[in-house]
Design a binder for this molecule. Sequence first.
Ligand code: UD1
Length: 418
Amino acid sequence: MQKLLIKGKKELFGKINISGSKNATLPILAATILADKVTLMNIPLVKDIFTMIDLLKFIGLKINISKNKNRIEIVNSKNKIKTLAPYKLMKTMRAGVLVLGPLLAKNKKAKISLPGGCAIGTRPVNLHLFALKKLGAKIRIKNGYIFAEAKNGLKGTNITFPSISVGATENAVLAAFNAKGKTLLKNCAIEPEVKDLVKFLNTLGGNIKIIGRKILIIGCSKIKTNIKYEVIFDRIELGTYIIAAALIGKKILFNKIDPRIIKCEINILKKMGVNFKIQKSSIEVDKSNNIKKVNLMTKPYPGFPTDLQAQLMVLMTKAKGTSKIKESIFENRFMHVPELKRMGANIEIKDKIAFVKGPTKLTGAEVMATDLRASVSLVLAGLVADNRTIINRIYHLDRGYESLEKKLRHCKAKIKRI
Ligand code: UD1
């Protein structure tokens, strides 16, 4: 099994190119079930994307990947596509459930394996099913599968989500895209990735508007063909490398990004004393020698993302005093804590709050990755720690970070895969 070997304390310097967003690409790929011919650009070449591509191929779409251009062409010429998403393609990636909405919209029925378990929480799909039922689908669950049917097609309606879910919002938008009439979704997730999906669907001929936390969808009657679409940058990857720069960087530049999208993250990092030079489409970050403590809570966008909680915690170990971070999205997302403690961090968890006492010196150790973002927090800790850190189970990292070692090595980090 592959491991990452990091020799810490090497100052980072240079430029990091940010890839396309994994979490935007996944629903957009699911949306191509609704289209005829689409070219997607700025696709991150990470494991989760290849899993979704395998699922779409299984369903019957023709997919051509130009790896050197991060581009894929998808042709959906068959009138008859499969309406099944089997367990073997769903067990490793929960986002596979996003094909449910488009399959129902296109073929009026779908049989989808319930996604497999997840390390960070139970992650049910009840909100996805709630929205699809409101749109007129009949749904039953049997033998680990969701059986969904809408014999007369889906019909627009008003839906208020009882709580905010990114995936459920996306599935509902995908299902309502060409439903009859008007759909109004309330209490929606408005993450930049949801907005990117809406932008893609509008390029495809849709009529969808986001107004605050509401999304209004007028059923699309004519789908455009042969469209090209460039996926938004990965704000979580950007946030991760900004934290790396704050920990141990000496001027790291990020180009071709939109700083407005990560306003909350920038404000929190500024409060912690991180030095930024912000321009219209670039950010430069310098190491800060005087990190200050902060208290915060993860929240749906525009709040601080749960997907950056583990990484920020590493920076908190460098702050003077006790920082607090409350995880309000997932029930089991502190799995990096025992590993960070083995590297010398002083962290205590009470209920959903982590109390991080600093500043502490981190020292290299052999550690175990447990999920995507937890893994990358160990990479950040390894970069700033004394001596050598070995990270096991790095397949988690490969699910969501494109060319991680290459990007870091480009900035002079001592990191390699063994
Ligand atoms: C997406 C992101 C993930 C991110 C998360 C929260 C993708 C592919 N993944 O995941 O990286 O961490 O948003 O920003 O975009 N919930 C229910 N019932 C449901 C659906 C969700 O109770 O039917 C709960 C979840 O258990 C969780 C909360 O709602 O506690 C938010 O989850 P959700 O926003 O749906 O996350 P995902 O879309 O799975």
